[in-house]
Design a protein around this ligand. Structure first.
Ligand code: DON
Length: 584
């Protein structure tokens, strides 16, 4: 071997050895400089590649986001929306809302039949379920404002993955068999090769998507204002959807103030409306701060009882108050007030579950009482099965948490003709009708009724935790309503129970969302614990029960901690779906 070739080989081996990556064990992945955790190894690697090329955490987050649109098509997206939370090394924070918006032609009752009943599946599948996508606007905005590199540079890995393809795993090949995808010709062509289904080990190339990504990299405004916007609107309208070129032209990503709270000396920064995530998370933690959870023991029936009661109360408030802040005044300040939490705490019986139907909101803030009296809670439509979260920390200490979604698994199942990407069914996150149950049985208030130009309420909870002025955790997950309780479970795992971030991600999750009055526990709890909870009055379900079957576990927390003493980046991917932490 020539000496030049040998040096190149040695250099390559050295670089590979420096990139730490693994699936989850009980140890997080350790790295000195930067870290990305995401659902897919190739997407995490795209972010690391960009940091190694001189990019910061925002460059890496945008690279990972676009890469997920290629390698995780059921949830990663350019046809959906999301939230990005940033905490820069100097302590400044930013929250970017690129949630989808209802088209101008949307109406409050658009998913009801002549008898006023919710039309099954109408807000979930097909063209009418699509809301105006925000992901491209959000990622471009973030890149321009906070990134160091060019959009072309950060999109290069995604374009390469789309053009050259990637090898499909068994699970990825299986997932593309989705029967609803088969109902839309373009989706059937792109993801199912017209019935000649992809097999594990096949290389999945997406030339249409590669071209669309190249067009965005070349001229990002084209997606909302140019020929791409026209093609997209035409493709949606051809199928009977409501979105026009004008809707796309009026879309804008918005910076908002994140929600902030404190928990046992940690600062918790999280997502504001139109997400319910930050408010519900902080309200729950505020209630819990008054209990010595550590003393009760990790996942003891006693500590679980108090945590479940806090979740129940915060989700009760979610149902009533949360929606798009551009359309209604959302009383977040009152909900996350420690006085209000203290009053809620008084209503918790130490040894019995409170039936959800008997909850009575404590009279602390007259605004809450007046609002609740005037706005009976409405039921939401389905809130189903897919979303993805990724976390990034760079060498300077900038941190980014992004949760992004098509809402459903493969979204509306509609692929825009010739453009190669799936469109969301985010309209389903609105309340279709007062009193109609949701796929996740979430109940939401009139603040979340459908309206033109409105953003549907979300549960996405990208969260950053600060201690002594330093970022110590970057958290988030998919999982619909379980997102919030997953983030809370991980955060309490570290703060209350002294787990490392990987142990906290691994630990069994439990969930209560007020209605239905059921506690869901992952499959790993002992019968002693579940029996004790049942004796306290809880109705328990092991796993999530859907008409299609039982899911024994849920969510996909892709998190990072920063060691307070050494500054090491500790990446914790979720073993439940084989996520990947990659650091260098
Ligand atoms: O924004 C939301 O809250 C929902 N569209 C998220 C859906 C979801 O997380 C499904 N994930 N498994």
């Amino acid at each position: 071997m020539g000496s030049l070739r040998r040096s190149i080989l040695l250099l390559l081996i050295a670089v590979l050895a420096m990139v730490a990556s693994s699936s989850a064990s009980t140890d997080p992945v350790h790295a000195q400089h930067g870290m990305v955790t995401s659902w897919h190894e190739l997407a995490s690697k795209a972010g690391v590649e960009i940091m190694q090329a001189g990019g910061n955490a925002v460059d890496a987050a945008v690279a990972t986001g676009f890469a997920l649109a290629v390698v995780h098509p059921s949830a990663g997206n350019i046809g959906g929306g999301g939230f990005m939370l940033l905490r820069m090394a100097d302590g400044t924070t930013h929250f970017l809302d690129y949630r989808e918006k209802a088209p101008a032609a949307a109406t409050r009752d658009m998913y009801l039949d002549a008898q006023g009943k919710v039309i099954e599946g109408a807000s979930l599948y097909g063209y009418k379920a699509i809301a105006v996508p925000g992901s491209v606007a959000g990622m471009v905005y973030a890149e321009r404002k906070w990134g160091k590199l060019s959009l072309k540079q950060v999109m290069a890995p995604a374009i390469r993955l789309a053009r050259e393809g990637y090898e499909l795993s068994w699970a990825e090949a299986r997932d593309m068999h989705d029967r609803h995808l088969a109902e839309y010709a373009e989706s059937r062509r792109v993801f199912q090769r017209n019935g000649d289904y992809y097999k594990p080990g096949d290389i999945f190339r997406q030339p249409d998507l590669a071209r669309t990504l190249e067009r965005i990299a070349e001229n990002p405004d084209d997606f909302y204002h140019g020929s791409l916007a026209k093609e997209l609107a035409a493709a949606i309208q051809k199928g009977g959807g409501l979105i026009t070129a004008d809707d796309l032209a009026h879309y804008e990503a918005k910076e908002r103030e994140p929600v902030r709270g404190t928990y046992r000396g940690y600062e918790v920064i999280s997502s504001p409306p139109p997400s319910s995530g930050g408010a519900v998370l902080i309200e729950s933690l505020n209630i819990l701060e008054g209990f010595d959870l550590a003393k009760m023991g990790e996942r003891s029936a006693e500590s679980m009882h108090f945590i479940l009661e806090a979740f129940r109360r915060a989700f009760f408030d979610r149902a009533e108050f949360l929606g798009d802040p551009d359309f209604a005044k959302i009383p977040v300040a009152q909900l996350i007030d420690k006085k209000y939490a203290a009053a809620w705490r008084e209503t918790i019986d130490p040894i019995h579950a409170t039936p959800s139907k008997d909850l009575k909101r404590p009279a602390v803030f007259s605004q809450l009482e007046q609002y609740a009296a005037a706005n009976p809670p409405a039921m939401a439509p389905r809130d189903s099965t897919h979303t993805t979260h990724y976390s990034v920390v760079d060498a300077e200490g900038n941190a980014v948490a992004v949760t992004t979604t098509l809402n459903g698994w493969f979204g509306s199942r509609v692929t825009a003709d010739g453009l190669g990407f799936l469109l969301n069914d985010e309209m389903d996150d609105f309340s279709a009708k007062a009193g109609a149950p949701n796929g996740d049985n979430l109940i939401q208030g009139t603040a979340n009724a459908i309206g033109p130009g409105k953003r549907p309420l979300s549960s996405m909870t990208p969260t950053i935790v600060v201690h002594d002025g330093k970022t110590v955790m970057v958290l988030g997950s998919p999982g619909s309503s379980k997102i919030i309780t997953t983030v809370a479970n991980v955060l309490m795992g570290v703060v209350d129970y002294g787990m490392n971030i990987q142990e906290a991600v691994n630990a069994p999750r439990f969930h209560n969302q007020w209605m239905p009055d059921v506690v869901n526990v992952e499959q790993w709890f002992s019968p002693d614990t579940t029996n004790a909870l049942q004796r306290m009055g809880y109705t328990l379900e092991v796993g999530l029960h859907y008409p299609s079957g039982v899911e024994p576990y849920w969510s996909d927390a892709e998190c990072i901690a920063i060691d307070e003493k050494t500054g090491e980046r500790l990446g914790a991917a979720d073993f439940r779906h084989d996520g990947k932490a990659v650091g260098y």
